[in-house]
Design a protein around this ligand. Structure first.
Ligand code: SAM
Ligand code: SF4
Length: 342
């Protein structure tokens, strides 16, 4: 990573800018580390040490935190987990976040298992943007990847989300060698049939089992090559500079493919994201080895907003230029993806 630290161009007290000049307006909040699936690339199969309930931020604390960061220009929020829909009454949290004036964009990422039953409540609460993770259309591969059954529920959840009116709906599919080759064309056809964008995400070293290897990633270039050969050429479409995804359309304009090439083409240079874990730790990067405890500040009876704002600023200030996956120095964080919040 050759990016240079630079001097502030924006007022560092009113926005969250790091020492590389990157503006941070995008906060991903994990609302639980619990999950109803056990994806091989994320959680362990057994002996999951879930956080105690008392450790988890309450909805009130989450909303309080969002109100505070929104004063620093944070206007994009995504709820994730673990599986956010296993937490009781998520729609109540959505309603409260939607009342915060400065939040312009609220999304949620789910594995879709409970989506069919909750879609209406979520929509009524004001949620419009939803990402559903679905790596395959084969029940057998689904079982192998998630160690559970339920692909039919995920598909029913996506259908329900469409019927209820969610827009945009995006599908997240992990790109893993040995899996993706077989399922790629089916998923692209799913996009062509439904109009829903399917985004392939290169498998990253964030699995609880610590079994990630570079050779296990099915890379962006291979995805493009296979789809162009098997279906028809893909044409790049304009995407936001800060989006980690590069979007493509098939030449006939039907179907949309996104590619998040976190390993082969890191997008750290334009990163605008930071994360809040379910137990109230602020992380300035998925791969960060350090966390800032903000739960103590939020729960302190002598709560001091200025002190909390300083903690948030210094967390962002200490952000590195980028992750080191592609170097010998890379160390996998202790927290797996379900605990960080993807
Ligand atoms: N449970 C929800 C779900 O699966 O959508 C939300 C949490 S999950 C951690 C968020 C996203 O992270 C999912 O799209 C999942 O595929 C992705 N993810 C999990 N482990 C990953 C890994 N090792 N590399 C890349 N993405 C991963
Ligand atoms: Fe659960 Fe999502 Fe992790 Fe799969 S990726 S185990 S659904 S948190």
């Amino acid at each position: 990573m050759t990016q240079q630290r630079n001097n502030f161009q924006a007022d560092p007290l009113s926005v969250l800018t790091d020492t590389f000049g990157r503006l941070h307006n995008n906060l991903r909040i994990s609302i639980t580390d619990r999950c109803n699936l056990r994806c091989t690339y994320c959680m362990p199969e057994e002996n999951v040490n879930y956080l105690d309930r008392a450790e988890i931020l309450s909805y009130e604390e989450i909303v309080k935190f969002i109100r505070i960061v929104s004063k620093l220009g944070v206007n994009k929020i995504r709820l994730t987990g673990g599986e956010p829909l296993v937490r009781q009454n998520v729609h109540e949290l959505i309603t409260q976040i939607n009342q915060i004036e400065d939040v312009e964009d609220l999304g949620l990422t789910t594995n879709g298992i409970l989506l069919e039953s909750l879609a209406e409540d979520l929509y009524k609460a004001g949620l419009r943007r939803i990402n559903v993770s679905m790596d395959t259309l084969s029940e057998e591969t689904f079982k192998k990847l998630t160690r559970r059954e339920g692909l039919d529920k995920v598909i029913a959840g996506i259908k329900k989300a469409q019927d209820v009116g969610f827009d945009p709906i995006k599908i997240n599919a992990l790109s893993i060698r040995g899996i993706t080759e077989e399922t790629l064309v089916d998923l692209a056809d799913f996009s062509r049939e439904t109009g829903i964008e399917v985004r392939f995400i290169e498998f990253m070293p964030l699995d609880a089992d610590n079994e990630w290897e570079r050779d296990k990633v099915f890379f962006a270039a291979e995805i493009i090559e296979t789809l162009s050969k098997e279906i028809m050429p893909l044409v790049p479409v304009q995407t936001e500079k800060t989006s980690p995804s590069t979007s493509y359309e098939f030449k006939d304009g039907i179907g949309k493919i996104g590619i998040i090439a976190s390993v082969s083409r890191p997008f750290c240079e334009n990163c605008n994201r930071f994360r809040l874990t379910a137990d109230g730790k602020l992380r300035n990067c998925l791969f960060s080895m350090e966390e800032t405890d903000i739960k103590s500040a939020l729960r302190n009876p002598q709560f001091n907003e200025e002190e909390l704002l300083d903690q948030i600023r210094s967390s962002i200030q200490s952000k590195n230029a980028g992750h080191a996956i592609n170097t010998a120095q890379f160390i996998q964080p202790d927290r797996p993806m379900n605990s960080i919040g993807g």
